[in-house]
Design a protein around this ligand. Structure first.
Ligand SMILES: Cc1cc2nc3c(=O)[nH]c(=O)nc-3n(C[C@H](O)[C@H](O)[C@H](O)COP(=O)(O)OP(=O)(O)OC[C@H]3O[C@@H](n4cnc5c(N)ncnc54)[C@H](O)[C@@H]3O)c2cc1C
Length: 421
């Protein structure tokens, strides 16, 4: 039976949120909104170690639908026009020789880019305006007690009734949660990011940069799963993702002929950033008096951007659970059920990721790309895969797609045998 003090949030209780990224701020805003709606006073403390708006963030800052609509609908937040950089018109998927343009209707707003540090600062500003305390401090440890949780930070110790882990892939908190709860961090894929300013370090927006398209590559490099070139107004962000990545992998990627054909980029090693993103669920991502959200929980749709959207959605789901179900491990079972659209997609995501790896490394993408140039149905499937418009589950289950995959596999076979020969 649930202990009475682990039931739904009561008047005068405190929620501590570790991390002021999109998951943490969405959670804080939802707690605030629901408390007001129910006539409760709940203190919301958000701890963020970064200097908001100043320190950089790895994220490429591509905001595709429905995130802007969610921010408007759930939180009454419209991003200021000056925050939104260029518009993304579509994707180009490249093979070794051919490429195909992928465009589609994403149901709603256009896909826009932002500087992630400016985006995070804007959300945090909205939170403070609504009475949420955003405290600039690193959380260094947690202590779970019968009557609450102690949060240790650089600037002092705080007490809360429940703690929300919205710390992304921060290692300090992964360790802290792992030693104070049954939580284990999600599996992750490494990333290397660099930025390239085509006209030196010019600030103004460069019209038509990469024609407003994100270029996607599945290169046959042993440690690289995929690479992308993303136009960001006045520069191009280059990302490679894979296991045990080294800076050599970025150099090898930028030296590939199809990449050089799009843009000749001379890497500046001072501008390499390492990061990672989750590709699976964390273990025990909730328990008595704690729940993790966004990247910290591995609650993302693997291999397909929209991490910010998943973070905002799961932050909101966690907040609702605190009011409707409680703060015990059992109550957070309702949180897991609210996240079923994301968790239910994980296995399908793995399947598609494996297929993409095999296409890039063992077989050849060329037959698929050549066919997609004239086949609208295949173009749509590829658009869904790279844009994240559809869940993997729907892509895999859509009538006709399995047959299409088999046909493509067979079409790929001769080229594969030729390569092996
Ligand atoms: C290279 C790369 C590119 C990406 N590009 C995109 C993209 O274009 N579009 C997209 O939608 N998603 C993208 N993502 C994914 C996206 O960045 C994440 O899914 C999203 O930021 C997750 O939000 P979050 O709030 O869970 O975590 P985060 O955004 O990581 O926020 C966690 C916050 O917690 C803070 N924190 C951590 N530890 C502590 C501590 N001990 N004390 C206090 N604060 C702490 C951190 O400083 C951070 O601000 C990208 C990811 C990577 C790695």
């Amino acid at each position: 039976m649930t202990q009475p003090d682990l039931g739904p949030l009561r008047d005068g209780q405190t929620v501590a949120i570790v991390g002021g990224g999109p998951a943490g701020i969405a959670c804080a805003l939802t707690v605030q909104r629901e408390a007001t709606r129910r006539g409760l006073h709940i203190d919301v403390l958000v701890f963020e170690r970064k200097r908001l708006g100043i320190d950089h963030n790895q994220c490429a800052g591509v905001l595709s639908p429905p995130i802007l609509a969610i921010l408007r609908r759930e939180f009454d937040i419209t991003l200021p026009a000056e925050l939104l950089r260029n518009e993304i018109h579509g994707y180009v998927l490249h093979g070794a020789r051919d490429s195909v343009l992928l465009q589609g209707d994403e149901h709603g707003d256009a896909t826009r880019t932002v500087r992630r540090n400016e985006f995070d600062a804007c959300l945090a500003h909205c939170a403070t305006e609504r009475g949420i305390q955003v405290i600039q401090a690193q959380v260094t440890d947690l202590e779970f007690r019968e009557d609450g949780v102690l949060i240790f930070t650089w600037i002092g110790t705080f007490r809360a009734d429940v703690v929300v882990g919205a710390f992304g892939t921060g290692r300090v908190m992964e360790d802290t949660f792992s030693h104070s709860t049954a939580y284990t961090p999600p599996p992750t894929l490494g990333t290397l990011v660099t930025r390239f300013h085509p006209e030196g370090h010019a600030r103004p927006i460069i019209p038509g940069l990469l024609d407003g398209h994100i270029h996607v590559f599945l290169p046959p490099l042993p440690r690289v799963e995929f690479g992308t070139l993303i136009p960001k107004g006045n520069h191009v962000t280059v990302i490679v993702a894979g296991r045990k990545l080294r800076t050599d992998d970025m150099r090898a990627f930028l030296a590939l002929p199809p990449v050089r054909e799009v843009m000749e980029i001379t890497p500046d090693e001072d501008q390499f950033y390492k990061g990672r993103f989750p590709v699976g669920l964390a273990g025990h991502y909730y328990g008595d008096r704690y729940v993790t959200v966004g990247d910290a929980a591995g609650l993302v749709r693997p291999f397909k951007g929209k991490g910010v959207t998943s973070a905002v959605i799961t932050g909101g789901h966690a907040a609702l659970t605190l009011f409707e179900d409680g703060i015990s491990a059992r109550a957070f079972g309702a949180f897991a059920r609210r996240c079923a659209e994301i968790t239910g997609d994980l296995w399908y995501g793995r399947l598609v990721r494996t297929a993409a790896w095999m296409a890039g490394h063992w077989f050849s993408l060329e037959p698929a790309i050549r066919r997609a140039q004239t086949d609208a149905a295949l173009q749509e499937v590829l658009f869904d895969c790279v844009s994240g418009r559809e869940t993997y589950r729907n892509i895999v289950r859509r009538p006709g797609n399995v047959g299409l995959a088999v046909k493509l596999g067979l079409a790929t076979l001769p080229e594969c045998l030729r390569r092996k020969g």
